[in-house]
Design a protein. Structure first.
Length: 128
């Protein structure tokens, strides 16, 4: 298996957020209404969290194949919001103990927005 997951990047623009809302039927105004979002504690539109996580699954599929996506599990933490027009990049690196991958999604400022671990049944599922 590869030591590094291939990075996958995407600009999370308003169109991508809208399409994800339609796909998931999640029309929360924090994702779609600029006026509402500006008055919220987030102070602006934020993307759906799982929109960015999809990039991580793409990275796993590109790097390890379709079977890895089907059999893998993620244990992740959302650390900060992804804002409209952020460019996010997902990737990962094989853990030093060889048991899965440390995975991350970072924005264009180099700030980690999501981090965690991916385990695969063939490698065991030790506690993170």
């Amino acid at each position: 298996m590869t030591d590094t997951l291939s990075p996958v990047s995407k600009r999370i623009d308003r169109a991508a957020i809208r399409l994800y809302a339609e796909l998931t039927n999640d029309f929360n105004p924090i994702h779609l209404d600029p006026d509402f979002a500006a008055k919220s504690p987030m102070k602006g539109i934020i993307a759906h969290g799982l929109l960015s996580v999809n990039l991580l699954w793409q990275s796993v599929r590109i790097s390890l194949g379709e079977a890895a996506v089907s059999d893998a599990t993620l244990d992740i933490r959302f650390l900060r919001p992804v804002r409209e027009d952020d460019v996010v990049t997902a990737g990962g690196r094989r853990r030093a103990d060889g048991n899965g991958y440390d995975v991350w999604i970072a924005n264009q400022h180099g700030e980690t927005v999501i981090s965690g671990r991916m385990a695969h049944p063939a490698e065991g599922r030790a506690a993170p």
